[in-house]
Ligand binder design. Structure first.
Ligand SMILES: [Ca+2]
Length: 112
């Protein structure tokens, strides 16, 4: 026998867990931020070991792979993706064009 107790904020995420299943699947949905951290604690016992033992794992959950990359995990955002939206497109070219020929290497005095 086992059961799971999560310490997540129910207003932040929804956890669906069937503790009667032999191989339970935990589904985390309704993430209201780009990243959520969930601490999941599992308790287990049986007739031979009636005193429950527990183990915890911390899970970082992202809405998608792009949110994961923006947070520095998983895939690396391309250097050409200047606005970090995980697509290199005309918007990135526009950002580069807006800075085209801006030169900060002037030998003159710098304002204080
Ligand atoms: Ca982009």
């Amino acid at each position: 026998m086992y059961w799971v107790r999560d310490v997540a904020d129910p207003n932040l995420i929804t956890i669906d867990f069937d503790e009667t299943a032999e191989d339970p699947i935990v589904t985390i949905t309704n993430i209201s931020r780009s990243k959520a951290t969930v601490t999941m604690t599992i308790f287990a016992y049986d007739e031979a070991n009636p005193q429950p033992v527990e183990a915890s794992v911390i899970i970082e959950v992202y809405n998608d792979a792009c949110d994961m990359a923006v947070n520095g995990e998983g895939a690396t955002i391309s250097k050409t993706d200047l606005n970090a939206d995980c697509i290199t497109d005309i918007r990135d070219l526009a950002e580069m064009a807006a800075e085209w020929l801006v030169d900060i290497s002037s030998p003159g005095p710098l304002p204080k």
